[in-house]
Design a protein around this ligand. Structure first.
Ligand code: IDP
Ligand code: MG
Length: 136
């Protein structure tokens, strides 16, 4: 079964939207296979987002992702990576389809409520980042 990582980002956690977001992914047919709440260190955030190092939004992104608790959630479903990105909506909440997590709960292109893995390979790497190589 395909695996992907959802992160409920600090703005959504602070706004008490975590329950609604989890309900949306469960209603979309995902199984929650692991979940926790954590405050990322700057080092962890930099490692997780290493692909964006050097981009103008990299340091602000680390500020944001370490500004409060996040909820990483390992999810499984057929076609999980593509499907989660559909449920999340476009990176910029202003461009996200109505009814998507980012359209409903995101503030702007940076503070956009949720993360979803962008490939099947990264789904494996990112779930392992938070939950190790444990058998679910
Ligand atoms: P994604 O989260 O939709 O995969 P990425 O391009 O991988 O989008 O960017 C990672 C995160 O960095 C975004 O979710 C968002 O929080 C932030 N970000 C992306 N592009 C910008 C930008 O142009 N300005 C500010 N923040 C951005
Ligand atoms: Mg991405």
């Amino acid at each position: 079964m395909e695996r992907t990582l959802l992160i409920i980002k600090p703005d959504a956690v602070k706004a008490s939207r975590s329950g609604e977001i989890l309900k949306m992914v469960v209603d979309a047919g995902f199984e929650v296979i692991a979940m926790r709440m954590t405050l990322l260190t700057r080092e962890q955030a930099a490692k997780f987002y290493a692909i964006h190092e050097g981009k103008p939004f990299f340091n602000p992104l680390l500020d944001y992702m370490t500004s409060g608790k996040v909820i990483p959630v390992a999810l499984e479903r057929e076609n999980a990576v593509t499907k989660l990105r559909e449920v999340l909506g476009a990176t910029d909440p202003a461009k996200a389809a109505p009814g998507t997590i980012r359209a409903l709960f995101g503030t702007n292109i940076e503070h956009n409520a949720g993360h979803g893995s962008d490939s099947v390979e990264n789904g494996r790497i990112e779930t392992a980042f938070f939950f190790g190589e444990m058998e679910f």
